[in-house]
Write a protein that binds this ligand. Structure first.
Ligand SMILES: NC(=O)c1ccc[n+]([C@@H]2O[C@H](COP(=O)([O-])OP(=O)(O)OC[C@H]3O[C@@H](n4cnc5c(N)ncnc54)[C@H](O)[C@@H]3O)[C@@H](O)[C@H]2O)c1
Length: 326
């Protein structure tokens, strides 16, 4: 049997594929390559190029490969873009999950793991955020993932699909072979690294007047290999439980300025930066409590030092200064 990794040519999905291969599983990747890279998928892995919202295409993939579980990474995930083009987020993110679930219902696959997000919580009243906190997204991206969780609930009840929603906080870092190469890049660590090496203009720090100790936004950074480990544990968890929602983060918050300091420490270079307006829909502090994942999944993130996470990203960027274009 095989695990279908949608978005497996993307940043986190490609680390997942690598982890699955290392654990001896059979893998199929589905990706439309809109944001992913063919080079990120090992030649030994079947790559089905097409849209996860296309029912005929997805059905063909399930007819061709013996899929028994789906790890669903394929989505649009730019918070800012979702505030200007909400339709794209609901169509792609909700449409993708609906298409997969309907296809699963008419095939034999009964296990699903969703890449959800901290953005489902919106602007929490306190941190660390627990799964029991209210979900009040402040942008259509977070809302689209919350709707996906509701779809899972109903398809779980009606079609017996076991499901896990993993609400990641900020994915970061690299493995020796796969790393972050988004276009446009919006994530802080690769932007700060590129600014440090003069590969782009000074970093723009969005908002210096947030109610945080240094005025910049605070986020929780979690290594992509720790995220991949959690997916495998989620599959095991599905043997004993029909569904579950878990935060995945380190439980430690770092401000934008602290990340800049860490990049400077690790790279030995200054990060040029300039203040910029706040971005719409950006909550001041998002820090996870991952106690539930630790207790119930047995998850134990191993790469929890910010410097170590950034050092892994720097090593990958050094080896691929132009991303997968090299
Ligand atoms: N990166 C983060 O910090 C973060 C945080 C929380 C949640 N997530 C979630 O994790 C998942 C992966 O994020 P990422 O950073 O690896 O993103 P990414 O953009 O690098 O990867 C997404 C992949 O999905 C593909 N894709 C997008 N729409 C598609 C469609 N309609 N059909 C087929 N393929 C499609 C893209 O080509 C890309 O390869 C997303 O669902 C995202 O919402 C990411």
């Amino acid at each position: 049997m095989a695990i279908l990794v949608t978005g497996g040519a993307g940043y986190i999905g490609s680390a997942m594929v690598e982890r699955l291969l290392a654990s001896g599983r059979s893998v199929v990747v589905l990706d439309n390559l809109s944001r992913g890279h063919r080079e990120a998928v090992p030649a030994s892995v079947p790559l089905e190029v097409g849209d996860v919202c296309d029912p005929a295409f997805v059905s063909r993939v399930f007819d061709t490969h013996p899929v028994d579980a789906v790890f669903h990474f394929a989505a649009e995930s730019l918070v800012g873009e979702s505030m200007t083009d909400p339709g794209k987020y609901f169509r792609n993110n909700v449409g993708g999950v609906l298409t997969l679930l309907e296809t699963m219902a008419s095939h034999t696959a009964r296990r699903f793991v969703l890449s959800s997000t901290a953005a489902t919580y919106g602007d929490p009243e306190e941190v660390p955020i627990q799964e029991t906190f209210p979900t009040q997204p402040t942008n259509p991206y977070g809302e689209s993932k919350l709707i996906c969780e509701r779809l899972l609930h109903w398809f779980g009840r009606i079609h017996g699909i076991r499901w896990t929603s993993l609400r990641y906080f900020n994915a970061a870092g690299a493995t020796p072979t796969v790393g972050e190469d988004h276009s446009p890049e919006t994530h802080l660590i690769p932007l700060a690294l590129d600014a440090a090496f003069g590969r782009r203009d000074p970093l723009r720090v969005f908002g210096l007047d947030y109610p945080t100790p240094d005025g910049t936004c605070v986020r929780d950074y979690i290594h992509i290999e720790d995220l991949a480990d959690a997916h495998l544990l989620a599959l095991e968890y599905q043997e004993r439980s029909e569904w579950g929602i878990f935060n995945l983060g380190n439980g430690q918050g770092f401000s934008v300025l602290e990340v800049i300091e860490s990049v400077q420490r690790v790279s030995g270079r200054r990060v040029p930066w300039e203040p910029a307006e706040r971005r719409a829909g950006d909550p001041p502090r998002l820090v996870a409590s991952s106690e539930r994942a630790r207790k119930e999944l047995g998850w134990n993130p191993k790469r929890d030092s910010l410097d170590e996470i950034i050092a892994s990203a720097l090593r990958w960027r050094d080896a691929h200064p132009n991303g997968y274009g090299d």
